[in-house]
Write a protein that binds this ligand. Structure first.
Ligand code: PLP
Length: 457
């Protein structure tokens, strides 16, 4: 098929939508390390996790062998409201860059929550409902996960309690109102409503909060209230499983037009969109069927892969969650408050951490100002106003396309555009005013944080 037959937007038919999620762990030679009990350092099994998570989701979390999980019909029905998401040929960006490279992006911002997080939120709400629970608790940083979960909970008529990192709660009042419109209750974290919140407030009065601290509060509430469980929007194996729908659709759309990517790029906060996007491609790479360069892009202000340690660490500040082996900056690492948007989590998915450690993917860190320069160019030529998180992937895609311009190679680049940036205008305003700064932690700061990693043999 000749190139000009490729449409600007590649859509799949409803009948071509994936009907099963793909579990990359089944094909990984080195499996991700198990979650450990934070007190005993023993691997956590089904029964250990039951007070915190929904039963069916624990099974998915612990399953390293089943390659496919059928997507339940009620979830497929919900997916139909906003999926398939388009795979877009960024021809205007190619032209603006004057590159021979071909650039495609999978756009996940086409739903009210504005990001890919809805793909997992609806699955987690479904399994909570099926278990007969009353509701779920969670944390949200930038607000996308909380919004997605509120939408999912209202669809299944579940109560939804969101602990929102205080700095976002104050900076993004409209996000909060979207969540409340969908019926969620939203509490700024740290709060006086939990033991751990009160403790953190006592130790750090005036703190603007962190994800790790909001997680501790949400877990405390879930385990203390009958009929409630805790749900998490990134990092966990189950979340990567649900997000595989992104990669499966992308692969199907590329195959439809006989497009063969050379480079696949995604931003990495906790790793869920990237893990989902790459899952079928990584399978082919592991099985020796194809080869791709896979690049995780993270902020230079929170560089888990590029400057972190591969070690067991706490997932939250309160140290109540299981220990996870991952690339981490230490659970006490608090990224600079002037960094915009998400991607501020100290750790990383244990699946991606293992793949990175095995040399199956690359990582790079990019500075905030250069990310917004890429976002601005993208918005001006491709139309969509990207989320700051997504713009990390845009930055790397542009850099790769510019390398092609130098070498004359016509590589095919696919990246994940995870969401839209309408609620991030404070950050855009800083950028437009020339007031944005690039904060990079020093080695001393990181060493101090690593010194507090738990000792696990
Ligand atoms: C949450 C979020 C991310 C980062 O989370 P991952 O789990 O790493 O995918 C990226 N982009 C957007 C728009 C988000 O909302």
């Amino acid at each position: 098929m000749s190139k000009h037959e490729i449409p600007y937007k590649i859509y799949l038919e409803e009948s071509e939508l994936p009907t099963a999620w793909y579990n990359l762990r089944a094909d990984m030679k080195n499996k991700p390390a198990p979650l450990l009990n934070p007190a005993t350092h023993q691997p956590m099994g089904f029964e250990d996790l039951r007070p915190v998570f929904c039963d069916e989701l624990i099974k998915q979390e612990l399953d390293n062998t089943t390659p496919y999980f059928d997507i339940p019909g009620e979830i497929l029905d919900f997916y139909k409201m906003y999926r398939p998401s388009p795979l877009i040929h960024a021809e205007f960006l190619e032209k603006a860059l004057g590159t021979p490279a071909k650039i495609y992006y999978k756009f996940e911002g086409n739903n009210t929550s504005g990001s890919h997080k809805l793909n997992s939120a609806i699955a987690q709400a479904y399994y909570a409902k099926k278990q007969g629970l009353k509701g779920v608790t969670t944390e949200t940083g930038a607000g996308q996960w909380g919004t997605a979960l509120s939408m999912a909970c209202s669809f299944f008529d579940l109560d939804c309690k969101v602990y929102m990192v205080k700095v976002s709660y104050e900076q993004k009042p409209f996000r909060r109102e979207v969540m409340r419109t969908y019926g969620a209750s939203v509490t700024p974290s740290p709060s006086e409503t939990t033991v751990v919140g009160r403790k953190i407030l006592e130790a750090h009065p005036g703190t603007s909060g962190s994800l790790g601290c909001a997680i501790s509060e949400a877990v405390e509430v879930a385990t203390g209230l009958p009929g409630y469980r805790y749900v998490l929007g990134s990092v966990l194996n189950q979340v990567l499983l649900h997000q595989s729908v992104i990669g499966l659709e992308t692969q199907a759309a590329l195959e439809k037009y006989d497009i063969h990517p050379d480079i696949i790029i995604g931003c990495a906060g906790g790793g869920s969109n990237l893990g989902g996007l790459i899952s079928p491609f990584m399978r082919d790479k592991i099985l020796g069927k194809a080869d791709y360069r896979i690049i995780a892009v993270e902020p230079a202000s929170c560089p888990s892969f590029t400057r972190g340690k591969y070690a067991y660490d706490y997932c939250d500040t309160g140290m109540v969650c299981p220990l996870s082996k991952m690339y981490t900056l230490g659970s006490n690492f608090i990224p600079s408050a002037n960094h915009a948007g998400g991607l501020r989590y100290h750790g990383m998915s244990s699946v991606l951490s293992q793949l990175y450690d095995d040399g199956l993917m690359e990582a790079r860190a990019v500075e905030q100002t250069s990310v917004f320069q890429a976002a601005e160019l993208f918005a001006r030529v491709e139309g969509t106003l990207p989320a700051p998180e997504s713009s990390h992937a845009i930055r790397a895609a542009i850099d790769e396309a510019l390398k092609c311009k130098e070498t004359g190679e016509a590589k095919t680049i696919v990246f994940g555009l995870t969401g839209t940036g309408y609620f991030d205008m404070t950050a855009y305003q800083k950028f437009n005013d020339g007031a944005m700064t690039d904060y990079i932690p020093t080695d001393e700061e990181l060493q101090a944080s690593f010194a507090q990693l738990p000792k696990v043999d």
